[in-house]
Structure formats: C-alpha cells, structure tokens
Design a protein around this ligand. Structure first.
Ligand SMILES: [Zn+2]
Length: 176
C-alpha cells in the first residue's frame, strides 16, 4: 500500500516536472527583437530564433525590415548581426527595449549616394554586405551602447556622437 503510494507520488512528480519543463525547455528559448525604423516609420516585433533554431519567417521579416530604404532592395543579413543586437540588449539589461534603426542594408548605389552627401561613409561599407546596422536605443546613452558593443568583441563598432548613433557590424573587430 505504502509502496504503491510512493510510486504514484513519484509518477506524478515526474509528470509535473515534464510539464513544467515543457513550458521553457532550453532549446526553445525565444530570441525576440523589437525595432523601429526611423526612415520607413515601420515597427517590427519578431521572434527570429528559438534556442539554437533560427525561425525562417522571423529572419525574413528582419531582412525585409532592414531593406535599403532608398531603393527598396532586400538582402539576406548575416544572421550573426541579429544575435549581436539581441546580446547587446541583454548586456545593457534592456531586452525589452525597442531599438531605433538609423540604417540597415545599403546597395552600392545608396552607399555612393551617402558618400556624396555626408562624411565618414566607407567605400567598402559593411552595410553593403548586410553585416552592419546603425542604431540608437531610446533611454540608453549612446556612449553606453558603444561600450557594451565594444565589450562583446563581435565586429566593428563606430561611434557617431554628433548624430547620436552607434554602428555595429559583424565584420572584423575594429573601432572608430
Ligand atoms: Zn554604419
């Protein structure tokens, strides 16, 4: 009688543990990004990854959102750039914040246009490789975003104090 009670108890604990585990198994932890594009006026709230699995629809939504806003051209982003944004928010303790997007992908045409109309635009910009995004995070000082990005050591970090944004890319590690 006692033995069967213990067995029943163990059985129910086993099922309770599985049920609890099923709500947040490590391999399905959602990676979410909330973005606002300053040029298109669009908002995006998307889960692009669960655990180690990237979510194709989420990734496609990000690629489209980050299109060249001058030409409308879409290019597949280097997936590491999305993880960089996510980890940057985590580092800053702002996982729920919406990131302002100043610039995403740039076609060569768009990059040339910018080079002719402003200073400090690289000829071989990582934006043309869909490996770079210019951002600011409302409520977080831009210098703090820069420092957090530098500490991750995932690629290039450019600090534009005057325009109040930070360039983050997954190209070679460097800073300016
Ligand atoms: Zn940039």
């Amino acid at each position: 009688m006692i033995i069967s009670f213990v067995a029943a108890l163990a059985f129910s604990f086993f099922h309770a543990a599985r049920a609890a585990g099923a709500t947040t198994p490590a391999d399905s932890v959602p990676y979410r990004l909330r973005l606002y594009h300053l040029h298109t006026g669009e908002h995006l709230d998307v889960v692009y990854r669960r655990g180690d699995q990237y979510v194709p629809e989420g990734v496609a939504a990000l690629d489209h959102f980050l299109r060249d806003h001058r030409t409308g051209d879409v290019k597949d982003y280097d997936i590491r750039e999305f993880d960089l944004l996510h980890d940057l928010l985590a580092k800053l303790g702002h996982l729920d914040s919406e990131i302002d997007i100043v610039c995403g992908y740039r076609t060569p045409w768009s990059n040339n246009y910018l080079r002719e109309h402003s200073n400090g635009v690289a000829l071989d910009s990582q934006h043309m490789e869909a490996k770079a995004i210019d951002i600011r995070i409302p409520g977080v000082p831009t210098a703090q975003v820069r420092d957090a990005a530098l500490s991750l050591r995932r690629g290039g970090v450019g600090y534009y104090a005057q325009s109040n944004f930070v360039h983050v890319d997954v190209g070679p590690v460097r800073r300016w």
